[in-house]
Design a protein around this ligand. Sequence first.
Ligand code: F0G
Length: 373
Amino acid sequence: MDRNPQPGKAAVQGRGVIARYGAFLPVTAATPVVSLGEGNTPLIFSPRLSAAVGRGCEVFVKCEGLNPSGSFKDRGMTVAVSKALARGAQALICASTGNTSASAAAYAARAGMRCAVVLPAGKIASGKMVQAFIYGARIVAIDGNFDQALEIVRALGARDDFAIVNSINPDRIAGQKTAAFEIVDELGDAPDLHLLPVGNAGNITAYWAGYQEYCAAGKATRHPRMIGFQAAGAAPIYRGEVVTKPETVATAIRIGNPASWAQATRAIEESRGLIDIVTDEEILDAQRWLASAEGIFVEPASAAPIAGLLRAGAAGHASCFSASSIPDGSRIVCTVTGHGLKDPEVVSAAIPPPQPVSPNESAVWRALENGRS
Ligand code: F0G
């Protein structure tokens, strides 16, 4: 692989992760780059989250919902689709809980390729469904869950000219490593702890590969402990067994048999990290807390690591990831993987029905005063 030095800032601004980190990716100068300007997402210092953890810890939130299709999937999709195009593939296919399909559909549109997505019926957040549709994907819903959809996609990929763009495609994992690179580039070194949600387990695998690679390249002096969170009703890695009927409000991580299970286990072991669970109630509380306390609106799955961190910060809880897992003064990064607007229903249900008042200043003032009491 060509290990060119990183190009200058002006040459890569807004051109995506291949332009910025091509030297670390499985591409050559001849690869046709399909990019929507993904990556370079904000790493936001979060004062209230830091205070909730206490003991001089600093917490940063890596906002992956600000990628072009609203989730971290775009980092891997640019590489997978560019490589598929280079090989002459005509069509992409994926199984998805919603974000992979949104991203695949967007990058297929950009590349002028066809895209088919296989989804668990009734379990895809509405914003993600809208995305697959508007980008022009062919959508097939199955009466089954994500794990079954992925099995079907593996079979279809083997028998046709489809390029599979799930994270079983190593180009996806390669692209997703770039989030770890960005974090190290911005903080000057790796954080002490890295927290993220785990579903099909591709992303934890990718971050770990990224941190290791940056260490090997001399760009980081250490690596973080990788801390993954699954939803309590969809926690195969935590429980050590396949979950045949996964259930959680966080539909993005409603997965019972992760494809990258072994790699995730290795990442956790090698980094001396751990895997823990959070309940749906903790997820929804953390989602609302992050929005109202820090101004960051994420989808439910993305709130899982925040829920785990808040629980660990509130002393005394006997969970796997607890205050004792967090040394004083730790630098902590939480990846929030997808934008809150993708799944409006989960929040809309909690909004009280509006009661209109007269369209004048005093009526509105009175309503505000009432709201305050
Ligand atoms: N967060 C969000 C918002 C996701 O969409 C996903 C996975 C994850 C976390 C978990 O990441 O699978 O790499 O462990 N979504 C996939 C999809 C499964 O089809 O969109 P993972």
